[in-house]
Design a protein around this ligand. Structure first.
Ligand SMILES: O=C(O)C(=O)C[C@H](O)[C@H](O)COP(=O)(O)O
Length: 217
């Protein structure tokens, strides 16, 4: 299947629309970054979020940006302006944050870095909207109210699109993806720690293909 070309600087909406799932990746080993990214791309998933949770995360982002041009690398767990700057410098083309602050919003805006800000309440949605963000991550999705919460938000916030993340699995993804205000979901299930440790890239490709085939409304 021919994939659509992606701009150098995708918007947050473009990041969310590319595939039904954004993989949330935790890398412990710099050597895993490139083969893992290639395995995901081979399965049809190219918007990749590497979380800034490990000491090798920025080096992994840099390696993927340099060596896997078919992927669009993003940084997750962006919690400060400094995180956003480091991610952009490493080559990240989008950022995902677990919560929202004006400082993170401003930094990403100034860097020209697409941001999917994390929100879990109406007030946080309003803060992000005030700063011009309308493509948001709902985190932690399952724990903060799940699909029922998104249905309730669709009334007052019907101009916002969400990427629910946190507790999403291949089993419950369909329920989220069927909602009109969900553009995609995020999750770590495509890149299980044991598959990475075993360097079982074929398993990652299978999980990615299965995720890429999930249907959206
Ligand atoms: O690291 C971050 O920036 C986060 O916001 C957390 C992740 O999005 C979730 O940990 C993914 O959740 P699971 O798919 O349930 O593992």
């Amino acid at each position: 299947m021919a994939l659509k070309p992606i701009s150098d600087r995708p918007t947050a909406a473009e990041v969310m629309q590319d595939a039904p799932v954004i993989p949330v990746i935790v890398l412990q080993d710099r050597a895993h970054a490139v083969p893992l990214a290639r395995a995901l791309v081979a399965g049809g998933i190219r918007m990749l979020e590497v979380t800034l949770r490990t000491p090798v995360a920025l080096a992994c982002i840099e390696a993927i940006a340099r060596e896997v041009p078919e992927a669009v690398i993003g940084a997750g767990t962006v919690r400060s302006a400094a995180d956003a700057q480091a991610a952009a410098l490493a080559g990240a083309r989008f950022a995902v944050s677990p919560g929202y602050t004006h400082a993170v919003g401003r930094a990403c805006h100034e860097l020209g870095l697409a941001l999917l800000p994390g929100v879990a309440t109406g007030s946080e949605i309003m803060m992000a909207q005030e700063d011009g963000y309308t493509a948001l991550k709902f985190f932690p999705a399952l724990q903060a109210g799940g699909a029922a919460m998104l249905k309730a938000w669709h009334g007052p916030f019907n101009d916002v699109k969400f990427c629910p993340t946190g507790g999403v699995t291949v089993q419950n993804a369909r329920e989220f993806l069927a909602l009109p205000n969900v553009a995609c979901v995020g999750g770590s299930w495509l890149t299980p720690a044991d598959a990475l440790a075993a360097q079982d890239w074929a398993r990652v490709t299978r999980l990615a293909s299965e995720a890429a085939a999930l249907s959206r409304k």
